[in-house]
Write a protein that binds this ligand. Structure first.
Ligand SMILES: Nc1ncnc2c1ncn2[C@@H]1O[C@H](COP(=O)(O)OP(=O)(O)OP(=O)(O)O)[C@@H](O)[C@H]1O
Ligand SMILES: [Mg+2]
Length: 397
């Protein structure tokens, strides 16, 4: 089977982004190893690629964090090569008025575009150290995995996610004020309706994605674990009793009922007690909750299986392999497991992969085709000239 064509980032320009003042980085088509000591800007570089592709940082709680300290504007420009040709993605953040008010401008090939026109142009799969806690960690990590994929494949759901967040904040603020006796609860039903409408669309998009990922993750785990274990993924809609809803309208209506039924609790606590922000994805290993049943090794295999499922789903849906961003996830593995993980992900073969490591061996290019050394927000190429020119050196084994 010939692998699907891959999307890749050829060049990245960072201007006042995190600790990068002004830096241009060329990336090779295969495996790019970004190495350097702690706190030099390795993760920031991956974040910049992810931010340009996803239109917002998957890591920052506020976009203001992305601006170089003291700067009024930041910009990331990614020159991307898709199977159908080159394209340039640009994200600019500009302070305006108050300290934390930022204006975000997105451009594709120089023209201003809305987020929905940018999402999915350069698909990415992220693998951060926190992902290693996917199985046993908080639901937020599992929701994020799902949302990053939904954002890149379903423009409408991506927009509703943003709307949901906004209405949720407003509804929570109102609940808090009502609890303190500072506001009347009269506007609450209006907020509930608006929240539920967005929630229904988000919930069904997530649910369908989890249904699509489940068989892919199961197949991936069989490959990794020699067919001994079965993984199951199941979406859990917190607060909705009975079978999962099948349409956005049904999901919305049932959420309204659920919230109405917990009105007193909401007023007492001053927060919205059910909805997509509380949902979870159950990961099952041989039908049992993996959270309780999986060993360390099994957890790692499960995470990898989920990541592989993500790569394969995006590839199938968008017709091209995503760019793989691996942040420091290899450090705890020995050389053999490292090679195994990269091979399983297809990293450095047909997928462009950007991998960070503090391991100085990465600097010698031992495992990579292109290596970049980061020091205090400065990048120097330490890799082969062929890679820098865009050749395709093989992953050395
Ligand atoms: N907005 C900002 N402006 C300037 N510097 C920043 C900003 N945000 C973060 N930094 C700094 O960037 C530095 C590098 O951060 P980064 O997380 O990329 O390091 P790293 O190379 O991945 O390190 P590690 O190996 O420990 O993961 C940190 O010292 C941090 O304080
Ligand atoms: Mg880091």
């Amino acid at each position: 089977m010939t692998p699907a064509p891959a999307c890749r980032v050829e060049e990245l320009r960072l201007y006042c982004f995190r600790n990068y003042a002004d830096e241009t980085v060329a990336l090779g088509p295969g495996l790019n190893v970004v190495s350097g000591p702690n706190a030099q800007g390795k993760t920031n570089l991956l974040e910049a690629i992810a931010t340009a592709a996803l239109t917002r940082s998957p890591r920052a709680s506020s976009s203001a964090e992305l601006l170089l300290w003291g700067a009024d504007a930041a910009q990331v420009t990614a020159r991307v090569r898709r199977p159908d040709g080159p394209t340039t993605l640009e994200l600019r953040l500009q302070r305006s008025g108050g300290q934390d008010t930022l204006v975000r401008t997105l451009r594709v090939d120089g023209s201003p575009r809305p987020a929905r026109a940018v999402l999915g142009v350069c698909p990415v799969v992220l693998f951060w150290p926190e992902d290693l806690l996917l199985v046993k960690g908080a639901p937020e990590g599992r929701r994020r995995l799902v949302d990053v994929v939904v954002a890149q494949t379903d423009a409408r759901a991506a927009a509703e996610m943003v709307r949901y967040r906004r209405v949720l904040d407003q509804r929570n603020a109102l609940l808090r004020q009502v609890r303190l006796g500072q506001a009347s609860p009269a506007p609450l039903p209006g907020f509930t309706q608006e929240l539920a409408r967005a929630a229904g669309i988000v919930l069904i998009a997530r649910l369908r994605l989890v249904e699509a990922l489940a068989p892919l993750a199961a197949a991936a785990l069989r490959e990794i674990s020699d067919g001994r274990e079965e993984v199951g993924l199941r979406y859990r809609a917190e607060g909705l009793e009975g079978p999962l809803p099948t349409t956005p309208e049904e999901a919305a209506a049932r959420l309204v009922v659920a919230l109405d039924g917990r009105h007193a609790e909401e007023l007492a606590r001053g927060v919205t007690v059910a909805g997509p922000h509380r949902d979870d994805v159950d990961i099952l290993l041989d039908e049992r909750p993996a959270r309780a049943a999986a060993s360390q090794g099994q957890q790692r295999s499960l995470v990898l299986a989920c990541k592989l499922a993500e790569v394969r789903h995006l590839t199938a849906l968008l017709g091209m392999a995503p760019v793989l961003l691996l942040d420091d996830v290899l450090s705890e593995l020995d050389a053999r497991r490292r090679e195994h993980l990269l091979a399983a992900l297809g990293a450095g073969t047909h997928l462009q992969t950007v991998l960070t490591t503090t391991d100085p061996r990465g600097r010698r290019g031992r495992i990579g085709s292109m290596s970049l050394l980061i020091r205090r927000g400065g990048v120097s190429a330490g890799g082969s000239a062929a890679a820098a020119r865009g050749g395709t050196p093989p992953l050395s084994r």
